[in-house]
Design a protein around this ligand. Structure first.
Ligand SMILES: C[S@@+](CC[C@H](N)C(=O)[O-])C[C@H]1O[C@@H](n2cnc3c(N)ncnc32)[C@H](O)[C@@H]1O
Length: 358
């Protein structure tokens, strides 16, 4: 199916220059890009599952803009600071006067971005279609000055940038999980969906940890983690956790899995993370995880691990989050390397979970 707003916008012959590379910011795995010349399109996508899918479709993709462009198309992310940062990057990367097309859903704030850009630069008449709008403006050096991503300090000693998970503060779920970790952890640890690294730093503060691999799909978040953690025991991997295999296998894992792709909670994401963890860990390995209380993960944990225990944080039962320790993956159930984005059905019936402290 064609992208209706893009096809309306690009209908005019002068909509795009006839030569030069076109930067396409934040297309997703299934964005229809058939209206853009494939050999000139340079896709900028830092989320690894989308990056992999777009690469498999034959596009040139990189996690960051590279070099100069003749034009740009920006698919608007929902976080306003991230959207502004992308527009500033496009404004800086496109040759002066080159067109920058901005496409977004109303629910992702396109109207407010139109207002904000219009206050700084002349823009085309927005085209409204299919609950969204598209408009363009000409790249102007310094035209969006002040919109570039500004680093934030969510906790002392940590830096983040707009758009990464919980960029402005330590996630409460991760803090509860850290409070439930034992004083001594297995030697070979992984942090699945490590974000900007706060939970990893708590793991490194425990006894017994000889190595820790941070696996994170969002390139920008992993770059923050690299600044935040300089411990020589650490390795950083930009990957979809569901596609990672390791030999020798890790003996312990922590995770605060993602639970939504866009606006809606999607329990299949966390379930895929649990399967990925079970597939990655050694058969004597242990997973510690936190999840929103309303998400149905206990059945998947029981399907994938021999022993599952719900832990109570030192502050007592939490109304919003549950913390689990899952021990010894079930060998035949754990199949690594499928990709954490792949939703899969849950099989086992839920059983009562023992409640213990730590
Ligand atoms: C709920 S956040 C937790 C982040 C971090 N562990 C923390 O405690 O702040 C989940 C993280 O998983 C990452 N993520 C989402 N899908 C992923 C995937 N398929 N593979 C690896 N990481 C993924 C997200 O980018 C996000 O940083």
């Amino acid at each position: 199916m064609s992208h209706t707003r893009l096809s309306l916008a690009l209908d005019a012959p002068e909509a795009l220059p006839t030569e030069g590379r076109i930067a396409v910011f934040r297309p997703t795995a299934d964005t229809d890009l058939s209206l853009l010349p494939k050999d000139r399109a340079h896709l900028v996508q830092g989320f690894r599952p989308d990056y992999d899918a777009l690469s498999a479709r034959g596009y040139t993709v990189s996690p960051m803009p590279e070099g100069d462009y003749a034009a740009a198309v920006v698919f608007l992310p929902r976080a306003k600071a991230e959207a502004r940062a992308l527009l500033a990057a496009a404004c800086d990367g496109v040759a002066p006067g080159g067109p920058i097309w901005v496409d977004g859903m109303k629910t992702d704030g396109i109207d407010s971005i139109i207002r904000d850009v219009r206050a700084r630069l002349p823009i085309s008449d927005p085209i409204a279609k299919a609950h969204g709008k598209i408009f363009s403006f000409a790249a102007t050096p310094g035209g969006l000055a002040g919109w570039a991503a500004q680093p934030m300090t969510p906790a002392e000693g940590f830096t983040t940038q707009p758009g990464v998970f919980s960029a402005d503060a330590v996630d409460r779920g991760s803090a509860l999980l850290a409070a439930c970790l034992p004083d001594h952890l297995p030697a070979k640890m992984v942090d699945l969906g490590a974000g900007w690294g706060w939970l990893s730093a708590q793991v490194l503060a425990r006894d017994g940890v000889e190595s820790l691999e941070l696996i994170e799909a969002e390139h920008a978040a992993l770059e923050c983690a690299k600044q935040n953690i300089t411990d020589p025991r650490v390795q950083f991997t930009w990957a979809d956790v569901g596609k990672v295999t390791r030999d020798p296998r890790p003996t312990g894992a922590v995770m605060n899995p993602p639970f939504h792709t866009s606006r809606n909670a999607d329990p299949a994401l966390g379930a895929a993370f649990i399967r990925a963890a079970a597939g990655l860990l050694s058969l004597s390995g242990t997973l510690w995880m936190v999840a929103n209380r309303h998400l149905p993960y206990e059945a998947v944990l029981r399907e994938m691990f021999h022993e599952v225990t719900e832990l109570t944080p030192p502050t007592g039962r939490d109304g919003a989050f549950r913390i689990f320790r899952a021990e010894r993956p079930i060998a035949h159930a754990a199949k690594p390397g499928k990709g954490a984005q792949t939703p899969a059905p849950t099989g086992a019936k839920p059983r009562r979970v023992a409640r213990t402290r730590r």
